[in-house]
Write a protein that binds this ligand. Structure first.
Ligand SMILES: [Zn+2]
Length: 258
């Protein structure tokens, strides 16, 4: 082999090596792009699923409510009980104020999906007095006021189930509480104790029809495990939203026109 032939071969090898490396780099970049694309899609999908991740059955309920809300207006004042310095009942691993807030956030998103305007008395972990809550409702354009709480029974750990309270003199409040409880009961997945009257500040001082939902008893093992569970909170929220929307729409329907 002469010198020229050797040089030619060397150049050829260099050219092939360069081509190979370029192809390898291209494949590498392409793979990275595909992985990044898949990652972004997963992230977006994950977010959507995280926020409104309800079962198909629950989604059907919400879509039915959305349909009923078409062309209607409804503003709800939604009150997450306690907050800030006032932790409510429960224990430091999950205070009542935080459970209430988690449920309220689920409900807000579902209500807005259905076309309900929602105003919250607190948006985060803030201390809000009872006076501030009722004043907020009275200064608002709200149609209904719903307060979310968890109960506790020191004497008897077997006491369990959701209760809905209304102001004894309010007929609209009573029928509203009844509708909410029957919607929750209709889910077949949530233990219900029924409707009750109580002299709660937010029921007494709020001018618009108001109810207070004690979602369950933290003092009861089963209720506590349920209330601590994000999936249960979602299902509970779906059926509270159902009662809140249908109860309102029925009361407006039944009202004599002026
Ligand atoms: Zn409470």
């Amino acid at each position: 082999m002469d010198e020229r032939e050797r040089r030619r071969r060397k150049r050829k090898i260099q050219v092939y090596t360069m081509r190979f490396l370029t192809a390898l780099a291209a494949v590498g970049i392409l793979t990275l792009l595909i992985l990044a694309g898949v990652g972004i899609v997963r992230l977006i999908r994950g977010r959507a699923r995280e926020t409104m991740a309800v079962s198909d059955e629950d989604m059907e309920v919400l879509n039915g409510l959305k349909e009923q809300m078409k062309g209607k207006e409804f503003t709800l004042i939604l009150d997450a009980g306690h907050g800030g310095n006032d932790v409510g009942t429960g224990s430091p691993d999950y205070y009542e104020k935080d459970i209430n807030m988690d449920i309220v956030k689920e409900m807000k998103e579902m209500l807005e999906y259905c076309g309900v305007e929602v105003a919250l008395t607190r948006d985060g972990d803030e201390t809000v007095t009872l006076d501030e809550r009722s004043s907020f409702a009275n200064d608002s354009e709200g149609d209904r006021f719903v307060s979310i709480h968890c109960n506790y029974c020191e004497e008897d750990a077997s006491v369990a189930g959701l209760e809905c309270y209304y102001w004894a003199d309010s007929m609209i409040g009573e029928s509203y509480a009844r509708e909410i409880v029957s919607a929750v009961e209709g889910s077949g997945q949530i233990a219900v104790r029924g409707i009750k009257t109580e002299d709660f500040h937010v029921l007494r001082e709020t001018k618009i029809p108001a109810v207070l939902v004690e979602t369950g008893y933290i003092s009861n093992k089963e209720d506590r495990e349920n209330l601590y569970d994000a999936e249960y909170q979602k299902t509970l929220s779906v059926y509270l939203v159902k009662g809140i929307i249908e109860g309102y729409l029925h009361s407006v329907q039944d009202m004599p026109s002026e």
